[in-house]
Unconditional design. Structure first.
Length: 218
């Protein structure tokens, strides 16, 4: 049974296209590999706390006080979920050309010194090194506009997928995959086409990933 950590980030709990893509991927994966063991972390419904001065002091302290332990408990929980996962599925809308604040808050809670990365200036210009073992990260997105590619109408506006791809290295990413729906705000034939293509792409992705061995978690 594949252990999948699923992060849902849409504030919409019904009618969410990104959540539907997530359901599609899990169903397609399970059809090919048998039922998956899915841990759902719904940050859209329950946004994680924003990190604070006290939180930063806690994670950099040599030995935590009981108060600091309490302050970092949710971060510990999120990181334990990450460490146990063999695959990570993130479903998310684009909000204001980037990720929803709730998802960013989750990243801020899990990218943590000596838990998900080490820091050593002896490594030169790349002092940060991820700790967790490699696993595929699947990002399933939805946005209202369209054309964020090179030379297209909204080139430069996509600060969602590049951010997810880059930050995912600290989740222990081995490979990154993205499928997205566009044109949601137009609700026209282009949107219908985009949604249909995304469903097909999700099915193909599930099939492709089924061919590669899933790496064991820690
Ligand atoms: C607060 C908010 C901000 C949004 N910002 C953008 C945006 O910057 N660019 C865009 O293409 N769509 C934007 N949208 C549209 C959503 O990305 C789109 O509705 C998407 O389908 C939402 O994901 P969901 O269906 O999973 O809830 C925004 C929607 C909301 C509610």
């Amino acid at each position: 049974m594949t252990r999948i950590l699923r992060i849902d980030a849409s504030a919409r709990t019904v009618r969410s296209l990104s959540r539907k893509l997530g359901d599609r991927f899990i169903a397609d994966w399970s059809a090919l590999n048998g039922p998956a063991d899915v841990t759902l972390r719904d940050v859209g419904k329950t946004p994680p706390p924003i990190i604070s001065d006290d939180w930063i002091a806690a994670v950099f302290s040599q030995e935590m006080t009981p108060e600091q332990q309490a302050l970092t408990r949710i971060s510990d929980e999120f990181i334990a979920e990450l460490a146990e996962a063999e695959m990570i599925v993130i479903t998310t809308p684009m909000y204001n050309y980037g990720m929803p604040a709730a998802l960013k808050a989750w990243f801020d809670q899990v990218v943590r010194i000596n838990k998900t990365f080490t820091f050593d200036l002896a490594r030169g210009d790349r002092p940060l090194e991820p700790i967790l073992p490699g696993k595929p990260v699947v990002a399933l997105t939805s946005c209202g506009e369209f054309g964020f590619g090179p030379g297209e109408l909204n080139e430069g506006g996509d600060n969602l997928v590049p951010h997810l791809r880059f930050a995912s290295r600290y989740l222990g990413m081995s490979d990154f995959h993205h499928v997205g729906i566009e044109y949601q705000e137009f609700g026209d034939a282009r949107h219908e086409r985009s949604a249909a293509e995304a469903n097909r792409a999700v099915r193909d992705l599930a099939a492709r990933l089924s061919q590669q061995p899933v790496r064991a978690a820690v």
